[in-house]
Design a protein around this ligand. Structure first.
Ligand code: PRP
Length: 190
C-alpha cells in the first residue's frame, strides 16, 4: 500500500516530472538497514568484510549500511556506466572508476542501491570473480524482480519493489533527487 505523501514544494520536480507518492519512508529504510546490518554481522562473524559500493546510486545506502554493521570492516568504491541503452541490453558495462585496492583474498560484499535487469551486477560479479576474492556476496537495498533479464543471486535484499521509476536516497532522475531522504515514485508526463 503506497502512502500518498507529497514532497515539499522545493521538491515538486521540474515540468513533466511528478514526484510522489512515497514508496519508502526514511524511517522504514533505516529500520530495514538495521536488520540487514545485524544479519551481515552474524554471517561475517570472525571475518572482516570488504564492502564495495557501486557509485553513484549506492553511496547513501552504503554510508548507512556500514554504520549498521558492528564488525571491523573495510570498504572501497567502483563506478560503472553503460555504453548506452542498446549496448546495455548486451550486458556490457563500462568501468568508470576501478577499485583502489585489489579484492584478492577479501570477503567482498558488493553494495548496490537497486537491481533492475541484473545486467550491471552480472557483469560486476563476473569481473570481480576473476580477481580472486575469498568470497563474493551482494547486498542491494531495492530489487525489482519483475524487470530481471539475467539471473543474479542477491544475498541480502532490503525491499522488493514494483516496476516503478524511483528516486531519492541516492537514486536519481537525470542526476537529480539523490538527496531526498525518502524514496519516491517519479512519474513523467502530465
Ligand atoms: C543503477 C543502479 C545499478 C544499475 C541497476 O545505476 O545503481 O548500478 O542501475 O540496473 P540493472 O540491474 O538494470 O543493470 P545507474 O546506471 O542509474 O547509475 P548511478 O548509480 O550512478 O545512478
Amino acid at each position: 500500500m503506497l502512502e500518498e505523501r507529497t514532497v515539499d514544494n522545493k521538491w515538486q520536480g521540474r515540468a513533466n516530472e511528478s514526484i510522489g507518492p512515497v514508496l519508502l519512508q526514511s524511517q522504514a529504510i533505516r529500520d530495514r538497514i538495521g536488520e540487514l546490518g545485524a544479519r551481515i554481522k552474524e554471517d561475517y562473524k570472525g571475518k572482516t568484510p570488504h564492502l564495495v559500493a557501486i557509485l553513484k546510486g549506492a553511496s547513501i545506502f552504503h554510508a548507512d549500511l556500514v554504520r549498521s554493521i558492528e564488525l571491523e570492516l573495510s570498504y572501497d568504491f567502483m563506478a560503472v556506466g553503460s555504453y548506452g541503452k542498446l549496448a546495455k541490453s548486451s550486458g556490457e558495462v563500462r568501468i568508470l572508476k576501478d577499485l583502489d585496492e585489489s579484492p584478492e583474498g577479501k570477503d567482498v560484499l558488493l553494495v548496490e542501491d537497486i537491481v533492475d535487469t541484473g545486467l550491471t551486477l552480472h557483469y560486476l560479479v563476473q569481473s570481480l570473480k576473476t580477481r580472486s576474492p575469498k568470497s563474493l556476496k551482494i547486498v542491494a537495498l531495492l530489487n525489482k524482480p519483475s524487470r530481471r533479464e539475467i539471473d543474479v543471486a542477491v544475498d541480502y535484499i532490503g525491499f522488493d519493489i514494483p516496476d516503478e521509476f524511483v528516486v531519492g536516497y541516492g537514486l536519481d532522475y537525470d542526476q537529480r533527487y539523490r538527496n531526498l531522504p525518502d524514496i519516491y515514485i517519479l512519474r513523467l508526463g502530465k
